[in-house]
Design a protein. Structure first.
Lengths: 221, 118, 108
């Protein structure tokens, strides 16, 4: 089997697996495995069921709304923004956002000279404590393969056009640092309060594929 | 019994020896080359970076466990520094079509870096 | 076999810069089992039973065909099983029997 085959033919990254599991036929193979592994680890005393329940609550509490609040605060408060750019994790912790996964956070500020974009080419590193779980497209091959080598084309696919006098910088995660893009504050928002500003900040603007204030034309399929 | 005072030079104590791997080998703005080795099994330096030249943007503190070794299990791996290294896109991709100032930045563990010759 | 060494040199997840098609802006609401799988990963990481890097290595070790055909959390749960066997925390037989029990329970 040539490497071409492994790269293209068996690509199930679209996650249509869920459509193919026959509805109403009971739990699938992998779900069975998940339940079995979990129950065995509980019965052997390695984990407790309440720990899983608690972590599910932790995960549900982490959404892009947290990141949006961080961004809105940074737009309004210059000193907070300076602290955020100095140490992203510490500044988030000021707002009560804990980093349960031992990662650090670098916040990348978009300006009139620099546009930042984040990717994890090797896996799916993402600032989960402050944004929640990443969308499928971020974890799938086309984005991971192309954001690092042709970012301007990828941005264009998201409807974002960066002029040549603005530098594009792509940050690829490989270790303990996670990234959050601080998008530019949209024009005409001088009188907005923090809530109003936060409502302009989308998940995709904090990944860097779109500007803040731009409505996402496609969201959950 | 009196303790002999330590030599101080401009406020810093002299003569403190750092353990192997404690001090970062590279500094911001150092030009570095990513080694071209090809490990079998787990690695965290993408192939697109092997043999490429970049500039150290910053040192990640504190030093941390080598994630390539960490994959082998509990308590595995030596601690050294990671560096956030900056590369010009045009340096990494032969047919890069964007701006010549576009960059990529990535964390690289110290054992993958050597100082670039001039 | 000529060309096969590329499969060994390049991990199946090392795809930065390879050619790929347009980005499908897909996203799906996670199935409950997928969320539980994610929570499981976090909890076993907290307990230092299996860390994140071990998990990544475990997924890579599934090989390109499985990595290409299984979805994200399907890869995780298979990788966990393998690593837990390696660490002698579970045995393949225990898991197989438990899976049969779970499936039978589900069929009611």
């Amino acid at each position: 089997m040539s490497t071409q085959d492994t790269e293209h033919e068996h690509d199930r990254d679209h996650d249509h697996a869920h459509d193919e599991i026959t509805a109403g036929d009971g739990i699938g193979y992998y779900e069975t495995m998940e339940i079995a592994v979990r129950e065995l680890l509980v019965s052997k005393g390695f984990i407790k069921p309440e720990e899983i329940r608690r972590q599910l609550e932790v995960l549900d509490s982490r959404t892009p709304a947290l990141g949006a609040r961080v961004v809105a605060r940074a737009w309004l408060d210059d000193e907070f923004r300076a602290r955020l750019l100095e140490n992203g994790r510490k500044a988030c912790e000021e707002l009560g956002i804990s980093f349960y996964d031992d990662t650090q956070l670098i916040v990348l500020e978009n300006t009139d000279k620099v546009h930042n974009l984040i990717v994890c080419t090797l896996c799916s590193c993402y600032p989960r404590p402050v944004l929640g779980l990443p969308p499928d497209w971020y974890k799938n091959k086309p984005y991971r393969a192309r954001a690092i080598s042709e970012p301007r084309k990828v941005l264009a696919e998201f409807g974002t056009f960066i002029p040549n006098d603005v530098d594009v910088r792509v940050s690829d995660s490989t270790a303990m640092i996670r990234y959050l893009v601080l998008p530019r504050r949209p024009e005409g928002t001088e009188t907005y309060n923090e809530d109003q500003l936060a409502s302009l900040v989308t998940r995709d603007s904090m990944i860097g594929v779109v500007a803040a204030g731009v409505a996402d034309p496609r969201t959950v399929k | 019994m009196a303790i002999n005072p330590v030599p101080i030079d401009a406020g810093i104590i002299r003569g403190v020896i750092l353990a192997s791997g404690e001090a970062p080998l590279f500094s911001p703005s150092d030009r570095v080359e990513i080694l071209a080795r090809s490990p079998v099994g787990h690695y965290r330096v993408p192939m697109y970076l092997r043999g490429k030249f970049g500039v150290v943007h910053s040192i990640v503190e504190p030093s941390a466990v080598d994630n390539e070794e960490e994959g082998y299990g509990r308590n595995a791996g030596s601690k050294r520094h990671y560096y956030r290294v900056s590369f010009l896109m045009s340096e990494v991709w032969a047919r890069y079509a964007g701006s010549p100032r576009d960059e990529l930045r990535i964390e690289v563990f110290e054992t993958w870096l050597v100082r670039a010759r001039a | 076999m000529k060309g096969s060494e590329e499969l060994v040199r390049r991990l199946p997840n090392d795809i930065g810069g390879i050619s790929a098609g347009p980005i499908q802006r897909t996203d799906h609401e996670l199935e409950p089992w997928e969320k539980r799988c994610h929570a499981l990963a976090d909890v076993i990481d907290f307990h230092k039973i299996l860390n994140t890097e071990e998990k990544r290595k475990g997924v890579e070790a599934l090989g390109s065909e499985i990595v290409g055909r299984l979805s994200y959390y399907e890869r995780w749960i298979v990788a966990f099983s393998n690593i837990l066997f390696q660490k002698r925390i579970l045995t393949p037989r225990e898991l197989a029997e438990k899976m049969d029990e779970v499936a039978a329970r589900d069929r009611g």
